[in-house]
Design a protein around this ligand. Structure first.
Ligand SMILES: [Zn+2]
Ligand SMILES: [Zn+2]
Length: 209
């Protein structure tokens, strides 16, 4: 008969893992487990970064990510929601001692390579703000916020001699911003390709502030 050196339970009262009873062995294991796990997630496609590559945020993908963090223990994802993952952790070296554990998923938003590339080159409209430097800067910043709030984004902003050019991913959203702000604009429309028989234009809006 064994006695646990921490709580003095005997091997008749509890299962033993090594020299400790199941309760104390469980507590010891629990104290070694991380409570937080960082997750990098692409803000455009929602995929998560696992082993250096982006993959869909499925149960399998999340399990793979957590498995790496919880090595040398093996894990199984029970469920995850609202930034908390519940997992079953097993210590194979301790005769299969296992327990359930909650992990806080600390999500940081990033861009996967594919979307970074998309963002760096894709635009449908150029909004050219010209005039007073401060007004131009304010208008560019609020256009950027407006685009992001409406599911679009700024590809790039170019400084020009008398203002800035804001390259916007969505011309409808860009034009909606201009109308909401009652800005007077002059436009030009440049054909830049065709998609399924439809002509695609890149629009330029020239606005003096
Ligand atoms: Zn014990
Ligand atoms: Zn992405």
């Amino acid at each position: 008969m064994k006695h646990c050196p921490i709580c003095n339970r005997s091997s008749e009262e509890a299962r033993f893992y090594g020299e400790f009873c199941e309760f104390c062995a469980g507590k010891k294991l629990k104290s070694k487990l991380p409570g937080d796990v960082s997750v990098e997630q692409c803000k455009d496609c929602g995929r998560i970064k696992v082993l250096g590559a982006f993959m869909p945020e499925t149960k399998g993908g999340m399990e793979l990510l957590l498995a790496r963090v919880f090595r040398p223990y093996s894990i199984r994802l029970i469920h995850s929601s609202n930034g908390i993952a519940r997992i079953l952790v097993t210590d194979e070296k301790q005769g299969g001692l296992s327990l359930e554990h909650n992990v806080h998923l600390k999500v940081s938003k990033t861009l996967c390579d594919m979307d970074a590339k998309k963002r760096s080159s894709y635009y449908e409209a150029v909004v050219q703000f010209r005039g007073d430097a401060e007004k131009v800067a304010r208008a560019a910043a609020s256009l950027e916020r407006y685009l992001e709030k409406n599911g679009a984004f700024v590809t790039k902003i170019e400084q020009k001699e008398h203002g800035v050019d804001v390259f916007a991913s969505d011309k409808k959203v860009a034009l909606s911003f201009i109308s909401v702000r009652h800005m007077k604009w002059k436009g030009s429309f440049e054909l830049h390709g065709e998609k399924r028989g439809k002509r695609l234009y890149r629009n330029t809006y020239f606005i003096t502030l």
